[in-house]
Design a protein around this ligand. Structure first.
Ligand code: GUN
Ligand code: ZN
Length: 386
């Protein structure tokens, strides 16, 4: 029995007596801390699983045309609901989200998350070059739009929603926009997210676009984008020295193995991060990721770790999908543990009785078993209306 106070914090966890009258029960279910998706793209919901990779080809053929559709507010609103519903259905309670390059569509997603009760950090996806004109917004108006979104949403509902500065990646931002993004994050004390070292062709193009930088990470360092509130997705093609620098600056990593397999990007060396104490969470990276299920992503992370010759346990993977994600998002004082004092963000998962002997294996690796029965944030069950 989990009891929750009026603010949604857990007050106790104990066995219920047989005659207890409980407001909600899930007989036979296993309760997990809510899953934390540290990297997901809202405007790619409808192109999830489109096989047009590798990365730069996929962005051009699939992503940019789809993201351009978010200029239409009705389209954006319909997808915002689908996106939120898909996360709730998989037991995700918190996400770090790339919004649309369009301020109105990003505002619509904020409003949808606010209404449905999910916890998130979310940013306008900043891009002022490297894509068709309908996907771009110049640095001045883009940063002004961020200020408006910060004003409207950052800290909403006792900090359930936060704004996160989101330069897409080095190739889609001019130096002026990268610098402006860093200044914005600094001025408001905000988190920042971007992509780093995902794909070979991307690395070559980045080196050509930023000839003064010794490597990809230095592009971000030299524009003031690397610090303890920075979250870098992918991090596949980094040197040992790069990993040292990420650790020294206390930056965080979103590990997105399903996406990395689907786009043929490579295998992130998880151990390079964990052995240095770099905070790591798991990311679905929908739509290069083929699923909103972080349990499936954890299964891919297991495969990836084996390929790297450094196996991980299912317990460690479940930790990454929950507590690790909370740490990477700087929310570990509130979520990621089912303990008194923490917010009651959790999910109830059906687990067949035949799986009870090895529940961690069954939860993560039996891909056919155990649907999510209910998802809660601050003790409130998340339900999607029409
Ligand atoms: N790099 C820049 N944009 C993207 C994106 O949308 N998805 C992935 N996987 N990598 C990116
Ligand atoms: Zn991504």
């Amino acid at each position: 029995m989990i009891t929750v106070d009026e603010r949604g914090s857990i007050t106790s966890i104990e066995a219920a007596s047989p005659d207890e009258r409980l407001p909600e029960t899930h007989p036979g279910a296993v309760f997990l801390p809510g899953l934390v998706d540290t990297h997901v793209h809202y405007p790619q919901t409808r192109v999830k699983g489109s096989a047009s990779g590798p990365l730069l080809d996929w962005l051009k053929a699939t992503v940019f045309p789809e993201e351009a559709k978010f200029a239409d507010d009705d389209y954006a609103a319909a997808v915002a609901l689908e996106f939120s519903a898909a996360m709730i259905a998989q037991g995700t309670t918190t996400a770090s989200i790339y919004g649309s390059p369009h301020p109105a569509a990003t505002d619509i997603l904020f409003a949808t998350l606010a209404r449905l009760g999910l916890r998130a950090q979310l940013g306008l996806t900043l891009m002022d070059r490297g894509a068709p004109p309908e996907n771009l917004l110049a640095a001045g108006p883009a940063l002004a739009a961020c200020e408006g979104l910060i004003e409207r949403w950052h800290g909403h509902d006792d900090d359930r929603l936060r704004f996160c500065v989101t330069p897409r990646f080095a190739l889609s931002c001019t130096p002026q926009l990268l610098r402006g993004a860093a200044d914005l994050a600094c001025a408001h004390g905000l988190s920042l997210q971007t992509h780093l070292a995902e794909n070979d062709a991307e690395l070559r193009a980045t080196a050509a676009a930023f000839p003064d930088a010794a490597d990809y990470l230095e592009v971000y360092e030299s524009h003031g984008l690397v610090g303890e509130r920075s979250l870098f997705a992918h991090c596949i093609h980094l040197s040992e020295r790069n990993w040292d620098r990420l650790a020294e600056r206390r930056a965080c990593v979103a590990h997105c193995p399903d996406s990395n397999f689907f786009l043929g990007s490579g295998v992130m060396p998880l151990q390079a991060a964990t052995s240095r104490g770099v905070r790591v969470g798991l990311g679905t990276d929908v739509g290069a990721g083929r699923t909103f299920s972080l349990r499936r992503v954890a299964a891919r992370a297991y495969d990836a770790a084996l390929l790297r010759g450094a196996p991980v346990t299912p317990e460690a993977l479940l930790w990454l999908a929950t507590r690790g994600g909370a740490e990477a998002l700087g929310l570990d004082d509130r979520i990621g543990l089912l303990e008194p004092g923490f917010d009651a963000d959790l999910c109830a998962v059906d687990l067949p009785t035949s799986s009870r002997r090895d529940p961690f294996d069954a939860l993560l690796f039996n891909l056919d078993a155990g649907p999510v029965r209910a998802t809660y944030v601050r003790g409130r069950r998340l339900l999607v209306d029409a």
